[in-house]
Design a protein around this ligand. Structure first.
Ligand code: HEM
Length: 505
């Protein structure tokens, strides 16, 4: 009767498993569950959700989401911290709390501004051209048909983050036995495999048991790998005065307190404003050297950039390619824009500015982020009792310590905000003013918005540009008719997406 007493609606829970029964019975995904309740309870602004035995509040009202993530952010600084997690996760920016989070966010924000992205552009451009060359080589041996795009893009994004963020060459595109490839596989198993799903359920549903058995989500091999890579690269650069335009260089500067804390990209952003790019909120307390961070904190950031980056960007890339193959008229329009742009450069060597001025490419990427958001749900932890006005003189207090959920997927599929929401239609992003503010949030919202969105967008757009210079993406006999979500807490497809890469002559 918890939610009854508060006067807010909820689905009747089952003992112990709460509202997660269908996931445990492998009958539905977290998205199916949220979908059903969102439609039923949307008008009440907020509804209750039993995540196993803990009580969550899912917010459906746009104004309220804005207040929670921006205006009243001080009540909701952290993500759900009731879950017991490994050191690598709790020390990462996503898991950090309160002042420590603010300090780390302030330290890291300058790394992901447009001007720093411009510095990394060359590394990612070389990488995406190399990937396209690899695909051309596949044509010669007939491996361009029925390509598992989840697999190849996983290797592309892992290598991209390795080279442009972590400062080492991954080589997993060409060598499936490379160390990076093994790490990707290992991480995939840790987070997405059956054992990973079970551990995650235990961590969120029964944190005491999880802690008692000292269970770790991230395997030992991955732990060791990141400890070695991040610290070794940083220390070597420091010792031998080596410089390279990548994230690790900036992390090194941050570690020494030499990275400027001001967000200086207003002009660049204005000039190259893209719909899916966001503006960073300044959360800094004051400019000070963050000297109290330990080595493990820097390792955790390196790990998060890799972990948070490769999975989400891979999901985005495979979704875009799938929808382009299904909607050939849209692909033709995109190819026309690609051809128009490449004509201005020799050997398809596009510049940072030209890539960001590709309007239709931005519309296609934005529409995919809307239709198939790689992260369909995010959360905040309430750290001070928070009163919500439910209308008609009714209020409810979210107690300190409870978690609220933001249903990104459902808002982006709501017919009140998007006409014909299940259709892939990039043209809805042709006029930004027609998008209802607060209804497009694939990277989250407010001060805790995804810090790597610019990096992800640059990497995804670059490889799409290069692929479409050389290939048309077609569906084949093994292409799934539709995409459905796995019955777990991740937003992963049940289907393997096979597509054909047909050379454009
Ligand atoms: C298409 C790709 C990506 C998507 C859709 C995505 C989505 C998200 C979302 C929804 C959040 C939570 C935001 C919130 O709660 O308001 C988040 C947080 C985060 N993302 Fe991403 N992300 C992507 C790529 C990346 C990349 C490439 C990196 C790193 C290089 C990255 C690093 C992070 C970090 C560090 C956070 C935590 C930020 C904080 O708590 O201050 N993400 N992301």
């Amino acid at each position: 009767d918890y939610y009854d007493k508060l006067g807010i609606p909820y689905e009747k829970p089952w003992p112990v498993v709460g509202n997660n029964l269908n996931i445990l019975l492998q009958k539905g995904s977290i998205n199916d569950i949220t979908d059903k309740s969102y439609k039923k309870f949307k008008s009440s602004k907020i509804y209750g959700y039993f995540n196993f035995m803990s009580k969550m509040f899912i917010v459906t009202d746009l104004e309220l989401i804005k207040k929670i993530t921006v205006k009243d952010f001080n009540h909701f600084i952290n993500h759900d911290d009731s879950i017991e997690m490994d050191d690598l996760l709790t020390r990462s920016l996503f898991g950090m709390r309160d002042k420590k989070w603010r300090d780390m966010r302030t330290t890291l924000s300058p790394i992901f501004t447009s001007s720093k992205m411009k510095l990394m552009f060359g590394l990612l451009s070389d990488h995406s051209r190399d990937f396209t060359k690899f695909m051309e080589e596949q044509v010669e041996v007939g491996n361009n048909i029925n390509v598992d795009v989840g697999d190849i893009f996983k290797r592309y994004t892992a290598d991209g983050i390795s080279t442009a963020a972590l400062g080492f060459v991954g080589n997993s595109i060409r060598d499936k036995n490379s160390q990076t490839c093994r790490m990707v596989q290992q991480l995939d198993n840790d987070f997405n495999g059956t054992l990973g799903a079970l551990k995650f359920m235990l961590a969120s549903g029964f944190p005491k048991i999880y802690k008692f058995f000292n269970i770790q989500l991230v395997g030992k091999e991955v732990n060791e790998f990141f400890k070695r890579v991040v610290l070794d690269v940083m220390n070597e650069r420091d010792r031998y005065n080596i410089s390279r335009p990548d994230v690790i260089q900036l992390l090194l500067q941050a570690r020494k307190g030499q990275l400027e804390h001001k967000i200086d990209d207003a002009d660049v952003d204005k000039e190259l404003s893209n719909f899916s790019a966001h503006t960073e909120l300044d959360v800094s307390l004051k400019n000070e050297k963050m000297s109290y961070f330990e080595d493990m904190d820097w390792i955790a950031q390196g790990f998060l950039f890799f972990g948070a980056g490769f999975d989400t960007s891979t999901m985005l890339l495979q979704s875009i390619c799938y929808d382009l193959a299904i909607n050939l008229d849209i692909q033709e329009d995109l190819i026309a824009e690609v051809d128009n742009t490449r004509a201005k450069f020799s050997d398809n060597l596009i510049t940072y500015e030209a890539l960001h001025k590709m309007k239709f490419l931005d519309m296609v990427v934005s529409e995919s982020l809307r239709l198939r958001p790689p992260a369909g749900l995010t959360d905040r932890m309430c750290n001070k009792d928070y009163e919500i006005d439910l209308g008609n003189g009714r209020t409810v207090v979210i107690p300190k310590g409870k978690t609220i959920g933001i249903p990104i997927y459902q808002i982006q599929h709501d017919p009140e905000y998007y006409t014909d929401p299940e259709t892939f239609n990039p043209h809805r992003f042709s006029d930004e003013s027609s998008i209802v503010p607060g209804t497009f949030l694939p990277f989250g919202m407010g001060a805790r918005i995804c810090i790597g969105s610019r990096f992800a967008l640059m990497s995804v757009k670059l490889v799409l540009f290069n692929i479409l210079c050389k290939f048309k993406i077609d569906k084949g006999e093994k292409t799934p008719k539709q995409l459905t979500y796995q019955p777990n807490f991740n937003f992963k497809y049940n289907e393997i997406i096979y597509l054909n890469f047909v050379p454009r002559n």
